[in-house]
Structure formats: structure tokens, C-alpha cells
Design a protein around this ligand. Structure first.
Ligand code: PLP
Length: 507
């Protein structure tokens, strides 16, 4: 390259755009993007140009003034000692524990995953080398897709650089290709699903969160011959609630719609082999297109869809976000295959059991201490705060005074007034760590004059589906009272009976 540069005529060499040494007016050079500053006497009036820098500054100021400006914590996880990590945010090193990671099962540092990644690095190098079409396809790509298809009991799968890209690209491509299609979208859907639906520009109908009756009302209003796609998630990333998957799919199919289901916060975590809520609830076959991530419970990075061979081939052939980007590298592919295989095995089942038991222990103890931890039937424990500035402050106090990292979740990730600390214990948090976590939260609650009360519940008094009261004594009853798959009542009741059974076995 150096030699080549010497051979080029001087004027062809790249040069930075520097200010002229002198201008006719002296040194009046301005950044070309900073707008007009003319007005010197005798100078011809210049048109006022848009001031990009001022505009960006105003936009940032808006975020700062409503406390939604994000300042990232600088945290380095300790690979072989997770959930321990080192925080560098204050400029000096501090040992902390992490309570908000989406590496839900610690698979990013599982020995089999690390070995697979390091073998792939030594054998195949760091990068993929191109798009899938141009030198970027390998047996590892196809091996991972075969593993994912088998996990979800589908004919085929397709991997993307993230699940954001998988959702956006797949929905955009379906919307652009299927003539006259309408999309039906849950109001709580993730940004990546919204982006795909919005970008393809097809008619969209937004139904109430996890409400199959409202979905049915909307489906009924569209001509039966019109193609339709119903889009929703199973585990909601911020509330931790779980959709009534079976009912939603039944309604969708009754009206001839395809179901596109995001299982990002469920894959690896639910079901006999970790295929998600569909597997747990015995209705995987009702999901026409499933999307998942390799970046959370599977501990790597990347996303995917799985479906029929034709659906996958169509998106592979037309999806711009799949076609025109460098494919995943061998390290990620090998690490993901190793991780999925562990989570499909007996070891995976034990990890999932320990995970759920830790979640129960932590949630029960937070609620017992009067902390406003929300009821949720999944592994995500939201602690309600309801104010952006306070939420950020509580998160900082936990970090600075108690060496605990739990992220404040503010608008736009959640609606204003729903600000929360989002807690995600792993199977690797010990009982002592969880006890320390609860006592630390209680301390900062008291230090900040916040109320601790078991009476003032932030949770609904009754299940929104079956309207059974959510009181502890009633939940402890053995008999089932509601058949709905996402019934808050039934899932909490399950938690109590499992905990009771485990305690009985321990004695
Ligand atoms: C529900 C949901 N879907 C999709 C995504 C995107 O997944 P990825 O992180 O693989 O891009 C996220 C990410 O956090 C998510 O919460």
C-alpha cells in the first residue's frame, strides 16, 4: 500500500480537509457543518444554513432535562467468576456483582463454550470474511442453522447478526412481499418488531398487550381472504410477563393469520430442551415463525428465525438485512452450537431448575421485605420505582455504596411512570449473595425515605385473566383454578407449590 501510494501522482493522494491557511477575510474559516456566520460589513449576505451541531446539542439537552439521557456503566465481567465483575465507571476499579445481565445462565463462560470459541479462533481465524453469498458461508453456519431448526422442530432456520436484525428484516421482507398483507402487533412489542412492521408500510393493527380477545376483535374486522401476520413476544423483556401463547395462536389461525413469535427472552430458559415457552406449553407447532437470540441465554451474539423451509428460503433470498452484511464469525457460530447443545442436555435442565429456584427465592424475599418487586411469572423481577431521576439515583447508590450493579430502566424502554430496576438473578448467584442484595435494597429504600410495605402492593390485587385474588394463602392451595396458559394466578400458584415440594424434599 505504501509503495502504491508513492506511485500515485501527488494530487490523487487522500488529504484531510483542512482550513485554508488564509482567506480573503483573514482567518474566517468555519467548520463546514456549523452554519452561517456571515454578516461582516461589505460581505454579500449568505443564506442561513442549518446548524447541525446546535440541533444535536438541543436534542441531547432534552434527554438530560427529563432524566432519560443514558450514561453507560463501564463494567468488565470476570469470565470465570461471573456474576462477579469489575466496575470502571468512577475512574477507579471496584469489585462488584452483576444483577441485570441477560447472560441469564452464565453460558458465555461455560467451559464447553469457551473451548469451542477458542478452537474455532485457532482453526478458522477471527472474521467471517464476507456476506453469506460472497465467501462468508461455512459448514459452521449450516451446522448452527440445522441445530436451531432441530431445537424448534422446524424444517429450517436462518441466522442473522442479531435478533434485532432478524425481526426487522423478516417482518419487512414479509410485509413487502405478501400482497395486501395486514400486520397485527401487540402494543408491548419490542422496538425491532415495531421497526420491521413500520418500515414495510403495510396496514397495521395494534392490540392490547397479551389480549387474545382484543386480537380476535381486530382480526374479525379484516376480510377473511386478506393475508395477515400476528406478531408478539412470549416473555416480555421489561415486565417479565408471559403471553397466552396457545390462545393467541389459536385465534390467529382461526382467521387465517401467520404467527410470528419473538422468544428472545425464553430460548434456552423454558421447555425440556430450552426451546422456549412454545416447548414448555406444548404448542411449538402453533408458532409459524419463531425468532430468537444467540446473545442472551445462549451467551454469544446473533439472532435467528426458524420456520418452514420455504418461508426461510424466501427471507434468505429477499431479506436485505440478511443478504448485504458480513456473516457471523466462526467463533460465534461454534460457541452458539456448543451452548445450545449444553442447554438441550440434562445439564441444561438442571441449570434451568436452579435458575427458577433462585428467581423464586429472590422475589419472595424482596416482597417479604416490603420492596415493591412486581409479580411476574418469568425469570425477570422488576422493582417498581416510577420516576426516572430516582430510578437512576437508586441504581447509582446500589453500585457506589453496595457494589451491586442493577440497571435503571427508564423511558423509552418503559413508559413514563413505569421506571424500574430490572433484576435478573442467574443460577450462579448464591443464597448469601441474594440475602445481601435484599438487605442492600432495603437499606437504600430506607436511606431515600421510600416506603417499605407488604400491604401497599404494587401488584394487581387479582389476576387480570381469571380475576382470582393474588393473596399468598390462596396461592398456596394445591388445586388448579384457571386453565389460561398465561394466568398470573396459576403461574404464581405453581411457584408456591414447587417451592413447597422442594422444601419438603430437603427435609
Ligand atoms: C424482545 C426482544 N426482541 C429482540 C431483541 C433483539 O435481540 P438482539 O439483542 O439479539 O438483537 C431484544 C433485545 O434485547 C428483545 O428484548
Amino acid at each position: 500500500m505504501r509503495q502504491l501510494a508513492c506511485l500515485l501522482p501527488r494530487q490523487q493522494l487522500w488529504r484531510p480537509r483542512l482550513p485554508p491557511r488564509s482567506t480573503p477575510q483573514g482567518s474566517a474559516w468555519r467548520k463546514p457543518w456549523s452554519g452561517s456566520s456571515s454578516g461582516d460589513r461589505g460581505e454579500k449576505a449568505q443564506p442561513k444554513l442549518f446548524n447541525y451541531e446546535d440541533f444535536f446539542e438541543n436534542q441531547i439537552e432534552k434527554k438530560k432535562s427529563d432524566h432519560t439521557y443514558r450514561v453507560f456503566k463501564k463494567v468488565m465481567r470476570r469470565g470465570n467468576e461471573f456474576p462477579y465483575a469489575v466496575d470502571y465507571s468512577s475512574g477507579k476499579k471496584r469489585d462488584i456483582t452483576v444483577w441485570c445481565s441477560n447472560d441469564y445462565l452464565g453460558m458465555s463462560w461455560h467451559p464447553k463454550v469457551i473451548n469451542a470459541v477458542s478452537d474455532a479462533l485457532k482453526t478458522h481465524g477471527a472474521g467471517a470474511g464476507g456476506t453469506r453469498n460472497i465467501s462468508g458461508n461455512s459448514p459452521l453456519h449450516e451446522g448452527l442453522e440445522a441445530e436451531l431448526a432441530s431445537l424448534h422442530q422446524k424444517e429450517a432456520a436462518l441466522v442473522f447478526t442479531s435478533c434485532y436484525v432478524a425481526n426487522d428484516t423478516s417482518l419487512y421482507t414479509l410485509g413487502k412481499s405478501i400482497p395486501g398483507v395486514h400486520m397485527f402487533s401487540d402494543e408491548g412489542n419490542h422496538a425491532s418488531l415495531i421497526q420491521g412492521i413500520r418500515n414495510c408500510g403495510v396496514p397495521k393493527h395494534i392490540f392490547r398487550h397479551n389480549d387474545p380477545l382484543h386480537l380476535e376483535e381486530m382480526l374479525r374486522s379484516v376480510d377473511s381472504t386478506t393475508p395477515k401476520i400476528v406478531v408478539f413476544e412470549t416473555v416480555h423483556s421489561m415486565t417479565g410477563d408471559i403471553s397466552p401463547l396457545r390462545e393467541m395462536c389459536e385465534v390467529a389461525h382461526k382467521y387465517g393469520a401467520l404467527t410470528f413469535v419473538d422468544e428472545v427472552h425464553a430460548v434456552g430458559l423454558y421447555g425440556e430442551q430450552g426451546a422456549g415457552v412454545g416447548e414448555r406449553d406444548g404448542c411449538m407447532d402453533q408458532i409459524d415463525i419463531i425468532s430468537g437470540t444467540l446473545g442472551k441465554a445462549f451467551g454469544n451474539v446473533g439472532g435467528y428465525i426458524a420456520s418452514t423451509a420455504r418461508t426461510v428460503d424466501m427471507i434468505r433470498s429477499y431479506g436485505s438485512g440478511f443478504i448485504f452484511t458480513t456473516s457471523l464469525p466462526p467463533t460465534t457460530l461454534a460457541g452458539s452450537i456448543a451452548s445450545i447443545r449444553v442447554l438441550r442436555s440434562e445439564e441444561g435442565r438442571q441449570l434451568r431448575q436452579r435458575h427458577q429456584s433462585n428467581v423464586r427465592y429472590l422475589r419472595d424475599n424482596l416482597i417479604e421485605a416490603g420492596v415493591p418487586a412486581l409479580h411476574s411469572p418469568s425469570h425477570i423481577i422488576p422493582i417498581h420505582v416510577g420516576d426516572a431521576a430516582l430510578c437512576t439515583h437508586l441504581s447509582s447508590e446500589l453500585m457506589n455504596k453496595h457494589d451491586i450493579y442493577v440497571q435503571a430502566i427508564n423511558y423509552p424502554t418503559v413508559a413514563r411512570g413505569m421506571e424500574r430496576l430490572r433484576v435478573a438473578p442467574t443460577p450462579h448467584h448464591t443464597k448469601a449473595m441474594m440475602d445481601y442484595f435484599v438487605s442492600s435494597v432495603v437499606k437504600i429504600w430506607k436511606d431515600n425515605g421510600l416506603e417499605l410495605s407488604r400491604e401497599r402492593s404494587v401488584c394487581p390485587e387479582e389476576c387480570e385473566v381469571c380475576h382470582k385474588p393474588l393473596a399468598v394463602e390462596i396461592l398456596q392451595a394445591e388445586e388448579k383454578v384457571c386453565g389460561r396458559s398465561n394466568c398470573t394466578y396459576a403461574s404464581l400458584q405453581d411457584n408456591f407449590t414447587t417451592a413447597k415440594r422442594q422444601m419438603a424434599m430437603a427435609y
